[in-house]
Design a protein. Structure first.
Length: 442
């Protein structure tokens, strides 16, 4: 099927001019106008789809054409195209979800490829069916008029024996007592709920939710070097490894030397499992609270974007944005394995790798900045190891645990900046308990 066949639908025909007009609307919308990369990538995909140039819609070609990669770069080691196309898909979904006018045409990039499709949108039908208010709401709105109505209804002139009248009067008293008891229980529930950890949780995330721009999640990646494929192919041929693929360990001998020509830095390719779990918790929280988001590696985020968009920085030593944006604060990460108090350098939290070779303890800094001279707020969850980062994410993303932080802060903490140093106990390579060992708000 060629590109022209694709845009003929069962209920009409979409012309290229219509698609170009829709593309212009999409690129000028809020989800796209702040991202040159996503806008350029979407235009590239749509243009070459309409031209039927399937050969230019391959991952390696897109990487070379738009992202400056070598023509023969290894896509399995550098997922830049997959990440950016995933981001474009999210922005398209956000655009069509929030567009005020009903767009006639919808542009999509189905998973599993880099070719666009175009569809006629159908407007949802509105139901004329009227629904009665929920019975529970009606039951909880019993006021003076309702009680008055109740007494009038039951006071109809009916001839009853004296014993029966007493019986019904007793029933009315019991009914009224039950009603008052229910209202008291509901009132108590509302009062308790208003002061529950859920309230602290919503106050914690309010600056992010109140900012209508997507939250940028910056994900730290580990510094990893890998063998070049020429080296691996040569080694496989020499050792008759015909079906080993490109992912196998080379058994290096003690004292053996390697040439720098045999290695390459695998940028933005390896993320620690704990950091992945931390990102998952953050994404789940943002989704639950109805906030849109973008997942980026640090080198794909500009400081201008961080001033405009609320953000969550995941990772400590492996995330340069975290280190840069927190370096002037009181609690900072130093030396690769410690957290220090810059106001009291003798106060530090260090992992003893000799005594704790099993890694049963970790530390993390939670930094929440909401007062930035007009700039958007940011959170940094930074463990000295990935277990610490995950534990910090669990604290800020759990309505039942967030009080462990907020209980340490002054009553008006929600509008202030703060830092908290967390000590984490690791059990079976997972964070099990956490406690605040230092904090500051301003």
């Amino acid at each position: 099927m060629n590109a022209q066949d694709e845009i003929h639908l069962f209920d009409g025909e979409i012309g290229k001019e219509d698609i170009s007009l829709e593309l212009s609307k999409v690129l000028s919308s809020r989800p796209f106008r702040n991202s040159n990369q996503c806008s350029t990538l979407l235009r590239y995909i749509v243009d070459h789809t309409l031209s039927g140039e399937e050969n230019l819609l391959r991952e390696r070609v897109i990487g070379a054409e738009l992202f400056g990669r070598p023509p023969d770069y290894e896509t399995s080691e550098d997922p830049v195209v997959r990440l950016r196309v995933s981001e474009v898909r999210k922005r398209l979904a956000q655009y069509y979800l929030t567009a005020q006018d009903q767009q006639r045409i919808q542009i999509e990039i189905p998973s599993g490829g880099y070719r666009a499709t175009f569809h006629l949108r159908t407007e949802p039908k509105l139901s004329d069916e009227k629904h009665d208010p929920e019975p529970l709401i009606e039951a909880l709105t019993i006021g003076a008029s309702t009680v008055h109505s109740l007494h009038q209804t039951e006071a109809r002139p009916i001839s009853l024996p004296p014993a029966t009248s007493v019986f019904f009067r007793s029933r009315r008293l019991i009914s009224l007592a039950v009603t008052l008891l229910v209202l008291a229980i509901v009132g108590t529930f509302v009062a308790v709920h208003a002061n529950s950890p859920e309230k602290a949780f919503r106050a914690f995330w309010a600056p992010w939710k109140n900012n209508r721009k997507p939250v940028i999640i910056s994900i730290g990646s580990n510094a990893v070097y890998r063998f070049k494929f020429e080296y691996l192919n040569r080694y496989a041929e020499q050792h008759d490894l015909k079906n080993a693929g490109q992912d196998f360990y080379v058994p290096l001998q003690k004292g053996e030397t390697l040439s720098a020509d045999d290695l390459f830095p695998a940028y933005n390719s390896f993320v620690a499992l704990g950091d992945v779990a931390a990102v998952s918790r953050v994404v789940s929280t943002l989704t639950r609270e109805g906030m849109s988001y973008q997942e980026r590696f640090p080198d794909d985020v500009s400081y201008a974007e961080l001033r405009e968009n609320p953000s969550v920085l995941v990772g400590g030593f492996n995330n340069p944005l975290t280190l840069e944006l927190t370096k002037q604060l009181e609690f900072v990460m130093r030396g690769g394995d410690e957290i220090i108090d810059t106001q009291d350098p003798n106060r530090k939290w260090l992992i003893d790798k000799v005594k704790d070779a099993a890694g049963t303890t970790d530390y993390a800094i939670i930094t929440r900045i909401v007062r930035r001279d007009g700039d958007a707020p940011f959170i940094a969850i930074a463990g000295t190891g990935s277990g610490g980062t995950l534990a910090a994410a669990e604290l800020i993303c759990s309505p039942t645990n967030i009080h462990l932080i907020t209980d340490k802060l002054p009553k008006d903490w929600s509008g202030k900046n703060f830092q908290a140093v967390v000590k984490i106990t690791i059990t079976d390579f997972k964070p099990s308990t956490s406690g605040i060992v230092a904090f500051k708000s301003w």
